[in-house]
Design a protein. Structure first.
Length: 94
């Protein structure tokens, strides 16, 4: 889980940004926003938990066509928009 200190540091650094996505990201970190829908796509309860999870590492698993890739793509897109210069590593065991 992201610590309160990290959230405060990020807010001090980016808080005066006029970018609406950055402002939305700060609100999401504080828990003021919960993503339940994205671009007309209603998320399932498990997708909502995954997309709104704030741990630095997370795992999602399930059967074929249960929405894992959709949830991951949404989360990655939001993190890239909300936190400029954010570094994300996406891996897959093969």
């Amino acid at each position: 889980m992201i610590s309160k200190t990290s959230i405060d540091k990020w807010e001090r650094k980016m808080g005066d940004s006029k970018d609406p996505y950055v402002q939305m990201g700060i609100k999401w970190l504080k828990g003021e926003i919960v993503v339940k829908e994205f671009n007309g796509i209603k998320l399932t309860p498990k997708q909502i938990l995954f997309v709104n999870d704030k741990y630095s590492e997370c795992l999602i698993s399930g059967g074929f066509r249960c929405g894992k890739t959709v949830a991951l793509a949404i989360k990655l897109w939001l993190l890239c928009q909300w936190f400029p210069k954010n570094q994300i590593l996406l891996g897959r065991k093969s």
